[in-house]
Design a protein. Sequence first.
Length: 521
Amino acid sequence: MMSVKGTAASVPTPLEELRESPFNRRRAWGDLEELAASFKELGVLQPLLARPVDDGKGRAGRLELVFGHRRYRAARMAGLESVPVNVREMTDEQVIEAQAIENLQRANVHPLDEAETYEQLLKIGRTVDQIADRVGKSKAYVYGRLKLLTLGKDIRKAFLEDTLSSTAAFQLARLPVSVQAEAWKELQRWRRADGEVTARSVQDVVERSFLLRLADAPFDRADASLVPKAGSCKDCPKRTGNQKELFADVKSPDLCTDTACFREKRAAHTKRQLAVLGEKGATILEGKTAQKALSYSAPYVKLDEPCWEDPKHRNYGALLKGAELPLVVAVDQAGDLVRLAPKDAAAKALRAAGLKGARATGSSMSADEKKRREAGKRKRLVTMALLEQLVARAEAATPKGFWKMLAEVLVPLLGHDAKVEILVRRGLGERAPSWKSNPEKPLLSAIGGMTEEMARGFVVEAAASNGAFAFGPWAGAELGRGLTRAAAFYKVDVAAIRTKALAAAKSAKNTKKDKRKVGMR
């Protein structure tokens, strides 16, 4: 416990003798007008706490606030000349710790304020273990909050403006600072109409583009000399397995969070390989020359691609193993090396090995594959023409059966969870014994018996449900985009529904508890 000396009773103190604490990290003061009005009528009833400090010239006489900054500001607004103050001798460390704990006990503390408070405590020598114990949180929680301090300027601004949730902000903060800006730029494409970037969008973008599987790395992950400043991936602090407190929700311990470093290592690995290949006399293709060599009509075959003339569809590398062919290597756009062989030389070597269908020139595609490609092109032409006619007719009129047709089209597009939840909400599950494993069939069956009005409601339900059923620990509290858009269109009071639904659930829970108690008597 902190021990400080001070006076037993408060003393009326002129406001001009008080100054605000330089250690106070509070950002928001709320509406002070109501408090100021109360002070005008009743005065300041709860004393402020201050400590004596010198005036900057080595002379005592000023008082520095410890607690009561909001009351101090409201008193000045009310035009008061003095306020009651308790004075105590306190060191800087004692002030910082007291203010930190007091600020954390306020309602609705912004996570960034909380993070800065923990940072203050670290600066005065407290450990994460001590902080976690003092505030009643886990070490992982404290580490997570501290990580928020690494957020870049634009992300921090969005976080403070509540267009980015704490869950989404944390997911971005786990990325290295150099990568955050790249991720944030990518996320601008996923902003909602109200400007918010949802936790689900952040999770999708981060997992898809910024958590890289080290198992797929073309370089040696244990090689600390590849990029000396980065060291080995095994010991890297940016590997998920080495940040267990921050990535407790991520199953794989072998993911890289630093895409820039990953690219640098891949480039260094490619450079090494090119040096070795150059010594062996390989032809190295880079830039536009490499792009042309990797195009479909190029006079090369890729050694890692299947040969369609081979009944077993083995790749060219396996079929040409041991053949004396010119060594050609192209650097693709990702920076990886692609081994090539001239088509003429490859075909000649394959025929010599007994593969009769190998061709000396032209495409390496088989006749069957050519037919499939041509069929795909024809299918696309028909699809686009058909869509043009459908859109024209839909814009012209709404014929009878339109909503049922649209409902039947939508059902296969829904995710499995959405199908199951809609069946549950509509009480349709019991009609089919296997509805949980195959929910689409009973849904389509139910549509057949609907009126047009009911089918129209089902279409709204299906469209609004798409992406709404994500309730995992990192899904966040945001409702699905379809739900919020539909609610805005139909002018539904989401806040009132939330309150009513949660109250009903709580009431049902309490009723269940009461019944259990009665049953136990």
